[in-house]
Write a protein that binds this ligand. Structure first.
Ligand SMILES: Cc1ncc(COP(=O)(O)O)c(C=O)c1O
Length: 457
């Protein structure tokens, strides 16, 4: 038995992979990755794959970016980990300062954690405790969005709206008010699609009427609304109109509740701007970050909030206003060093300035596929494009789930050197920011070939 076969046998024996029906590995080995470089992953057999999903939406500047690698190595020679209560260190201080400088004025306090779910949990807990300590203890409810996703902890499942992920756990979750998803292709209000950039959508954003109704009745009892700005990621890569976000932000302010923006996926240039909220000129009370925070190199989460929130916790110990929350790897020095290096790459390589040309190539190239009889919708923002696969374009009827269309596309994509990990029947490209125009053309070509091979139309 070769070493590779031995390891694969041990993988089957001992490893339980996330979001995976392990039985599928009876038919197919997991992609056995040996190394990464730029936009590519290489498997142990020497095959090359475009990392078309940025390794779960994390890698920004490509795998193994030399500057980030050097900074993490140098940090490793000094300090690899230290608890973050009662201690501090230079990389975490400098990263917090840089994040505060990157974000608009009232956002100035950075609470570190170690992943995206915890970054959101922290925001929810801070919001609740803020109201308790600010003479409004009855503000205990949260509003979230159908098809929203904020992670897999019990708390974040409570505020998430992807039924498949919540399945048996519903009995453990807390109730939140759920708004209909701004899913224009399958409008929950039965109205027409419209352009994401249209400042006055023809539908008048009717899907937000329920929010106004909830607020009129329950704003006094509501702590916050949590949402992913401009793109519901795991819920189906649903890009939604900018005025939706502006309107929610306006209503949150008007009715006195916190706005929690989960930019775990959209942060750090993915949408063409550093943060998605910048497209709409809104400022959240809490900004949740992870994934691209370290350029995708290391695990880290951060929740950025305002001095006003911070001040409600700042008092003598005896008042009991401490925020009792923390994770072992909070503010990890290696992750912080990676985060700082990633921000340096943004400057050195003028990453944001280079994006418009790349985004144009992706948008126009992807649009060419909208004629395909099984592509019902092509949507996205920035370096993200999604294709919703349907059996019948006219009726928007989906394929029977037993056909596992998304999975079959994934398998065929691997043969063509692209990782088209599906979200149900939605296939998407979530490209590293360093992907060149030429690479974008090549990725689109391989993706289209894959569709042609698998889809009946
Ligand atoms: C918007 C959003 N929030 C939160 C999370 C959870 O992050 P993590 O998997 O690091 O806990 C994700 C993960 O995909 C996400 O896309």
């Amino acid at each position: 038995m070769s070493k590779i076969e031995e390891l694969l046998k041990a993988d089957r024996e001992y490893v339980w992979h996330p979001y995976t029906q392990m039985k599928d590995y009876e038919q197919l080995d997991p992609l056995f990755v040996e190394r990464g470089e730029g936009v590519f992953l290489f498997d142990v057999y020497g095959n090359r794959y475009y990392d078309t999903i940025s390794s779960w939406w994390a890698i920004l500047h490509g795998h193994n970016h030399p500057l980030i690698r050097e900074r993490v190595k140098a940090q490793m020679d000094r300090l690899e980990q230290v608890h973050f209560a009662g201690t501090t260190h230079e990389p975490a201080i400098r990263l917090a300062q840089s994040l505060a400088e990157l974000t608009p004025e009232p956002l100035s306090k950075v609470f570190y954690s170690d992943n995206g779910s915890t970054a959101c949990e922290v925001a929810v807990k801070l919001s609740l405790q803020y109201w308790k300590q600010s003479g409004r203890p009855e503000k205990e409810r949260f509003i979230s969005i159908e098809r929203g996703y904020h992670g897999d902890t019990i708390g974040m499942m409570s505020l998430g709206g992807v039924p498949m992920f919540k399945g048996p756990f519903d009995c453990l979750t807390f109730n939140s008010q759920r708004l209909p998803a701004p899913y224009c292709y399958r409008c929950p209000m039965g109205l027409e699609n419209h352009d994401m950039d249209d400042p006055e959508p023809a539908c008048s954003l009717a899907c937000l009427n329920p929010l106004e109704e909830i607020l009129a009745k329950e704003a006094d009892k509501t702590a916050a609304i949590i949402m992913e700005p401009l793109l519901l990621g795991a819920g189906g890569m649903i890009a939604y109109p900018k005025p939706y976000l502006s309107k929610v932000a306006g209503l949150a302010k008007e009715y006195g509740l916190h706005l929690i923006l989960d930019e775990v996926a959209t942060g750090f240039g993915r949408t063409g701007r550093m943060f998605a909220y910048e497209h709409c000129g809104v400022t959240p009370d809490f900004l949740c970050l992870s994934k691209g925070l370290t350029g995708g190199f290391m695990a880290m989460g951060a929740t950025i909030t305002t001095r006003e929130i911070f001040d409600a916790f700042y008092d003598d110990w005896s008042t009991g206003k401490t925020f009792f929350h923390g994770h072992t790897f909070t503010g990890n020095p290696l992750s912080s060093a990676a985060g700082l290096a990633s921000l340096e790459v943004f400057e050195q390589e003028r990453v944001l300035d280079r994006l418009p040309g790349r985004i144009d190539a992706l948008v126009s190239g992807a649009a060419a596929l909208s004629d395909h009889p099984n592509i019902g919708d092509v949507r996205g923002i920035g370096m993200i494009r999604a294709f919703e696969i349907v059996e019948d374009k006219e009726s928007k009827k989906a394929f029977d789930t037993s056909k596992r269309i998304g999975w079959n596309i994934y398998l065929e994509g691997l043969k063509k050197g692209v990782i088209l990990r599906p979200l149900g029947d939605v296939i998407y490209l979530f490209l590293p920011l360093c992907t060149t125009r030429q690479q974008i053309d090549d990725i689109l070509g391989r993706t289209f070939d894959t569709f042609r091979q698998v889809l009946p139309g």
